[in-house]
Design a protein around this ligand. Structure first.
Ligand SMILES: *[C@@H]1O[C@H](CO)[C@@H](O)[C@H](O)[C@H]1NC(C)=O
Ligand SMILES: *[C@@H]1O[C@H](CO)[C@@H](O)[C@H](O)[C@H]1NC(C)=O
Length: 218
């Protein structure tokens, strides 16, 4: 009975731990893979292209200066990673070009969502006459989307199931380990008792032998 309640207690602790943890790791870094712009809005100076998400700092792409040229990146440039995405919320992001005279020109502004990434971790943003951008985010497709909250769209369900299965496996493994350890301890105890008993009996027998010898001597 007490063993059962202990296992249940551990179950509970792990469950709480996991629900907390999955909330913490639900963001993933996004890197810029390549970009091609199809026009520049600035006629006089070299264009300054930048990326920004609402409420965040802007990231200037210093190399991107010419139209109709594909710029590819390794993902380790000084300004990478480009941004971070959370599992539940999309971000309003955009590519812009600085403009000295009027407000900055917009290449594209869109809702950037972790769920847009394919299973291979790629996402392509394409807007005719403006730009073609590929992003990489390895973790985005497998983010534990809203594991223990009330969000219910299909992606979330898939991820929930996955996390649920992982939690289940861990719990089973844990239970088996604890059970195994307890069995091992029980077995060890039993063996020790048997050995003690054997030693005790042997002591008796030796005592008997001694007595016999004493009697014989007399
Ligand atoms: C924006 O940049 C400033 C200075 O570089 C930094 O202190 C701040 O934390 C940044 N904010 C965000 C939201 O990244
Ligand atoms: C956009 O860029 C990617 C990577 O350079 C390329 O594979 C893809 O064909 C491009 N798409 C268009 C419509 O140009």
């Amino acid at each position: 009975m007490s063993m059962n309640s202990r296992i249940f207690f551990r179950f509970l602790v792990w469950w709480i731990f996991f629900s907390f943890f999955s909330g913490l790791i639900s963001s993933a870094v996004v890197r810029l893979d390549s970009i091609e712009i199809y026009n520049t809005h600035d006629w006089i100076t070299k264009p300054t292209v930048y990326f920004v998400c609402k409420g965040e700092n802007m990231t200037v792409l210093p190399d991107v200066t010419k139209a109709n040229t594909v710029y590819t990146f390794k993902g380790e440039e000084s300004w990478q990673p480009l941004t971070e995405l959370k599992s539940k919320k999309c971000k309003r992001c955009g590519f812009y070009e600085e403009d000295t005279f009027k407000s900055d020109d917009v290449f594209d502004e869109w809702e950037f969502c972790a769920s847009d990434f394919k299973a291979n971790g790629k996402y392509i943003l394409f807007k005719e006459k403006e730009l073609n951008v590929t992003f990489t985010c390895e973790e985005c497709a497998s983010l534990p989307a809203g594991t223990f909250n009330t969000d219910t769209n299909n992606d979330n369900k898939g991820n929930k199931l996955r996390v649920g299965i992982i939690v289940l496996i861990v719990l089973v493994a844990l239970t088996v380990t604890i059970f195994g350890l307890m069995m091992a301890y029980k077995y060890w105890q039993k063996r020790k008792r048997q050995q003690d008993q054997a030693r005790f009996l042997k002591l008796f027998e030796e005592g008997d032998d001694l007595e016999d010898e004493l009697e014989l001597g007399n």
